[in-house]
Design a protein around this ligand. Structure first.
Ligand SMILES: *Cc1c(COP(=O)(O)O)cnc(C)c1O
Length: 325
């Protein structure tokens, strides 16, 4: 398989460095946690980057803020719009408010209540759609055209990818080089950005994407060497229900990602319980993908140093209790 030379990729590590400078004092430099119990279970040394403690409850503020910061004055006056299963919508609403840019968010009508109310609290205007019968991209494109809004997509955007890459950059800065980095995968913004950061800061590190079993379009795509689309999957990992990787994300993933593995919903629940009981960490199901793969030894050898991005912690308390009962 031919992989493109890094020079051809749509985002560079310099873009991540520039994003990090813009995010200084805006995004939290989230803590990295360790646990001897987790290490014993995984038979490795785990470093958990806690983006569940990020502003907005997930890493998405990084990409959203970076993309909005680069708009022209005219684009900022008209406002932005996005479609999202929740965390990106919340992040665009928050990033918009922080930069004085009005934000409209197109959200599925079954999005978790906590994500909907948080988006409202951040000042975003919400427009609902049915994820099983309507195309969010079409609704978003029409509203954007009618109202002159700029679309801030959740993953297929160079400056979103660059912003998301700042989380892994901070992890490498905090703990040094790693053998493996496990990255939760939906449309590939976090994975593409993390892979670029790893290539620059820990070149021997294997970067591995982790998807829900039912939503393994990324795994299929990496194996096929082209973007594979799947029907809308059902999984408790509501932040990873994307049906295809982004066009900008895929070439980066293809060039720099070693493998993509999957975990079951039951493994996500077990990991949520482990985090709550042993580490006092509240993570949403999607936030547990990489950790579940680490605890199940899906992508590492004994004794390796493993980075895990806990990508988010947004979950209704009632839903959390229901899953852990
Ligand atoms: C969006 C999201 C992901 C997936 O990110 P992509 O950039 O779409 O791959 C993973 N975890 C959480 C918590 C998210 O909100």
């Amino acid at each position: 398989m031919m992989s493109s030379p890094p020079g051809d990729l749509p985002v560079t590590f310099a873009d991540i460095e520039a994003a990090a400078a813009r995010l200084e004092g805006i995004a939290h430099r989230t803590p990295v946690m360790t646990s001897r119990t987790a290490d014993a279970r995984a038979d490795g040394k785990l470093f958990f980057k806690c983006e569940n403690l990020q502003r907005g409850g997930a890493f998405k503020i990084r990409g959203a803020y970076n993309a909005i910061a680069l708009l022209t004055p005219d684009q900022r006056r008209h406002g932005v719009i996005t479609f999202s299963s929740g965390n990106h919508g919340q992040a665009v609403a928050l990033a918009g408010r922080l930069q004085g840019v009005a934000a409209t968010i197109v959200m599925p009508n079954d999005a978790p209540a906590s994500k909907v109310s948080a988006t409202r609290e951040y000042g975003g205007e919400i427009i609902f759609y049915d994820r099983y019968t309507e195309s969010r991209e079409e609704i978003c494109a029409k509203l954007a055209a009618d109202r002159g809004l700029t679309i801030i997509p959740p993953f297929d955007h160079a400056q979103v990818i660059a912003g998301q890459g700042t989380a892994a950059r901070e992890l490498f800065q905090a703990v040094g080089e790693l053998d493996v980095l496990l990255v939760n995968l939906g449309g590939g913004g976090l994975l593409a950005g993390s892979a670029l950061a790893a290539q620059a800061l820990s070149p021997r590190c294997r970067v591995v994407g982790v998807e829900p079993e039912a939503a393994n379009d990324g795994q299929q795509s990496l194996r096929a060497g082209k973007i594979i689309r799947i029907p809308v999957p059902r999984s408790i990992a509501d932040g990873a229900l994307t049906t295809f990787l982004g066009e900008r994300n895929f070439p980066i993933i293809r060039a720099l990602v070693s493998d993509i593995v999957t975990v079951s919903d039951q493994m996500l629940i077990d990991t949520m319980r482990f985090f709550a009981e042993r580490m006092k960490i509240v993570a949403e199901p999607t936030g547990c993908l990489g950790a579940a793969a680490a605890l199940a030894k899906r992508a590492h050898q004994p004794g390796e140093r493993i980075g895990v991005l806990i990508s988010g912690g947004n979950i209704d308390l009632a839903r959390y209790a229901e899953l852990l009962r």
